[in-house]
Design a protein around this ligand. Sequence first.
Ligand code: PRP
Length: 210
Amino acid sequence: MIRLALTKGRIEAEAVKLLESAGYDCSDMDEEKRGRRLIFHTDGGELEIVLAKAGDVLTYVSHGVCDAGIVGSDTIAEQGSDACELLDLGFGRCRFALAGKAGEWKGIGHRRLVIASKYPNVTRRFFARRGADVEVVKIEGSVELAPLLGLADAIVDIVETGSTLRANGLEVYEDIADVSARLIFNMASIKLKKSETDIFVRRMRAAVGV
Ligand code: PRP
């Protein structure tokens, strides 16, 4: 059995759809059955699926208590990970972008900018590549508020449809990097559960179409 940590929320439904098309019966996760449970089993007993927050998926896989994980590359970019990234799953597509109030971006310039983000490490790396020293303020969610309230000159956030930015009078100043859901594996699990890992990855690859 492979124990798979699955990021709950945004990418969960797409991940379950992909698992189903890879031939794993996830009916244990059906709305009417699940209640507040966090651990599920595929009908054939091949997978134990653990629902966790994105950052915790990386922690469980890194500690080896979960063999594999499905998590956004945004979280991997922010937290770093010693897990092995085996597959781009092709869903959960969005991008990191620098954004702020429409028509107000004056470039990096000479003044020390304040940038708000849920992704302080990604933000620091982006500005370091530009040789710019910025003040990064960590925000937990609804980052779009920061420039509107006057806390920050701009934000670094994930943009999917762009509707949150538009609805709040903000715009993308610059695209930073593409993001998508990834299948990651604990290095030791790849070796210790080689045949199960091979079967799982082969079936997931076929479902993704790569
Ligand atoms: C993300 C992100 C943006 C929004 C982008 O937030 O931080 O706010 O989605 O999506 P869009 O381009 O399709 O509008 P999320 O919904 O995860 O909530 P949060 O900001 O409270 O974390």
